[in-house]
Design a binder for this molecule. Sequence first.
Ligand SMILES: Cc1ncc(C[n+]2csc(CCO)c2C)c(N)n1
Length: 212
Amino acid sequence: MTITCKLLLENHAQDWQEATVHPFLEQCQLGIIQPQQFNTWLMQDYLFVVEFTRMVGRVLASAPPEHFDVILGGLAALKDELNWFQEKATQRQLNLNIKKQPTCREYCEYMQSLADKPYPVQATAFWAIELAYNQGWQLPGKMPDPYNEFAQRWGNTDFTKYVKLLSQQADEVLETAQEDIQKQAEESFLIVAKFEHNFWQMAFHTAQHESK
Ligand SMILES: Cc1ncc(C[n+]2csc(CCO)c2C)c(N)n1
């Protein structure tokens, strides 16, 4: 049987729940997240998005030309995204010239390792990483300021449509992929889910002295 993005979400509902539902996001929604927790997330996520941008560049390099439109759209959005992170950091007087925490570093190393994987595996991981934020920031419901800006950024309908297109592209190539490649795609989905959970944990359990 062919694996699809929908089936991955159905077959691994528990793992996906842990990736997208977390006290960090719930406490943003309640307006009670501590600044050092939020700032740790913001700074580490900037470093993550830098590496993610490189990953998307490599996904483009592996993709068939019919998939370029969507991926190039994603890369254009990342240009804006990186500038926006810098703006947010400046507003909060955060220095982005910092080291990655181990969880962030391991996730980034994993994204680098995807370069050696067949395109259907890369396309599945790419979709899963984007979906994690699309759902995670949307599920808790309307957030108070200043978190609403973050929730809107990744929970809005245009971003949801873009993530849907990513799933269609992944499904399309999974359909003709050999069984062992489908298996690798499934593994990549589970690894992304685990790293997403760990990333929330990292920010949520940050110690005060580690936040700057
Ligand atoms: C840990 C972590 N996982 C996923 C994303 C999702 N994401 C990566 S780049 C980007 C902008 C649009 O492509 C989005 C939403 C993230 N930021 N951080």
